[in-house]
Design a protein around this ligand. Sequence first.
Ligand code: FAD
Length: 294
Amino acid sequence: MHLIELYKKQDFVFSIEIFPPKTEKGMDKLKMTLEKFNGYTPDYFSVTYGAGGTSRENTHEMAAHIRHDLGVPVMAHLTCVSHTVKEIDDVLTKLKKSDIENLMALRGDPTVGTEHFIQPEGGYHNAGELISAVRKHSDFGIGAAGYPEGHVDNPDKDDDRKHLHGKIAAGAEFIVTQFFLDNTHFLRWRDKLREEGANVPLVAGILPPSNWKATKRMSEMCGVSIPQDLAEALLKHENDPEASKEIGYTHAEKQIENLLSEGVEGVHLYALNSLETVKRLGPKLRAAAGTSSA
Ligand code: FAD
């Protein structure tokens, strides 16, 4: 089943993103944790794709585990980083053989030590090209990334949205956003895209801030702004991890409540493999998805 069918059937879709650990021990541990995540019945899981090495194979293994052992719909991420066209083709064939039906097609971030993304020799230059290649390869459900505050490499927000329309034209069936901490950015971006004719689901990516240092680092890296009151509260409790976490969860809960009142089509929870995050935010998201017309 393509995930777009879920978005068509339900008023609201709840998804959880996880990343595959690098070691076998880590993979076993995450598989056990996922059983608990699954108690909060997300509509699907998505599994990120690393910069290289074993973690890439582990994306495949974890996605297959979710699909076949947990029996939950899954989306495997795939990036253009360090891959030739032939290698991408091989990954797609392998995913297809494992009956993994959905892909998040991405360009990927620059590799460690490089400032800008460099097109791999004999590979793809951007997510739009990858999406076209996936479409040609076989029948996958395809998601793509969106940036409510613009992508960090592209200071021109209008131009960034133009490329997003390009990804939709190439075959992306729904868009999941990078995390944002101020809903007004998402809502304005959504309005603009709708005005410009985008008619695919625009799904909000939510990452609960965990503490001041991490939030500042992530925000700078991704070009995401931090609301003043959140910054002040996190800074005030910089040396108190429990208070910081509580501030972050409360902030995320408020964001979710507001997004639900604005009729968001889905929330994609960046859980970072944390059971605590899923325990805290899962019930609200599940309840929202449960009131769908499915
Ligand atoms: P693109 O859509 O290709 O855009 C990249 C930049 O190029 C933008 O600045 C855009 O404006 C510009 N651009 C796009 N098309 C063109 C064009 N035709 N001509 C000129 N410029 C163009 N990273 C990982 O490594 N692994 C993951 O699993 C992963 N999962 C993610 C999941 C989500 C939901 C999101 C939001 C991001 C994820 N990322 C992941 C991060 C992502 O790889 C980076 O944000 C990356 O820098 C951009 O990827 P993209 O697919 O959005 O690229």
